[in-house]
Write a protein that binds this ligand. Structure first.
Ligand SMILES: Cc1cc2nc3c(=O)[nH]c(=O)nc-3n(C[C@H](O)[C@H](O)[C@H](O)COP(=O)(O)O)c2cc1C
Length: 186
């Protein structure tokens, strides 16, 4: 385990990326402008990064999904993080969140953030009955299934969880959270 920075001060933002091509680069571009962020990368996200020839931000602490127990989640118990952002979130990850499954790094950070009452912002990307998404070969049309859409609605009812459905809403939600933290610390 790496050394724990600022343990107990809740001074950092945890950000998890999953294997969604939809808004992957856009989410990372926004993340690059933030400070005091640690990045959690699901196995599928690591593959998608290679397929799209995307780049993870340099000079940022990155936790990869290499342990069965999701060992880095210990940081959530140490009071390191004030907020968790999951962006972008695949339909698979949203479904696991909704049914309380925590079997990989992204689902574990969500579960542990919830158990530690750390506010979470989830960018669910497959949220319209018909949408255009980016495949490695170009833009394609997809039709998220009823269960995908229903799971997003169920996630909106989770405690301490804000679900956003667009890049603009993600930016607004993260900035509002950071502004709220700044105000309460001044
Ligand atoms: C190139 C590529 C793009 C993908 N884009 C999406 C996407 O936009 N939304 C989605 O729900 N799944 C997408 N997937 C499928 C997920 O990566 C797959 O369901 C994976 O198992 C999700 O794992 P995770 O939720 O642990 O990250 C994509 C897969 C590939 C190969």
């Amino acid at each position: 385990m790496p050394a724990i920075p600022h343990a107990g001060t809740r001074s950092r933002l945890a950000w998890a990326v999953t294997g969604s091509g939809h808004f992957f680069d856009e989410s990372l571009d926004f993340l690059r402008g933030l400070s005091d962020v640690d990045l959690f990368v699901s196995k599928a996200a690591a593959e998608v990064i290679r397929m799209y020839k995307s780049r993870l931000p340099a000079e940022i602490r990155i936790f990869r999904d290499t342990t069965a127990s999701a060992a880095p989640v210990g940081l959530f118990y140490e009071g390191v993080f004030h907020t968790l952002v999951v962006a972008p979130a695949t339909s698979n990850t949203v479904a696991k969140f909704v049914y309380g499954i925590s079997d990989n790094l992204a689902t574990n950070v969500f579960a542990q953030a919830g158990k530690c009452r750390i506010p979470t912002i989830v960018f669910a990307c497959d949220t319209a009955p018909e949408l255009e998404t980016r495949a490695p070969g170009g833009v394609v049309k997809v039709w998220p299934r009823r269960i995908d859409l229903e799971n997003v609605e169920k996630l909106k009812r989770f405690e301490d969880t804000t679900v956003v459905e667009s890049m603009d809403a993600l930016v607004d939600a993260v900035q509002a959270r950071l502004a709220c933290l700044k105000k309460s610390s001044s």
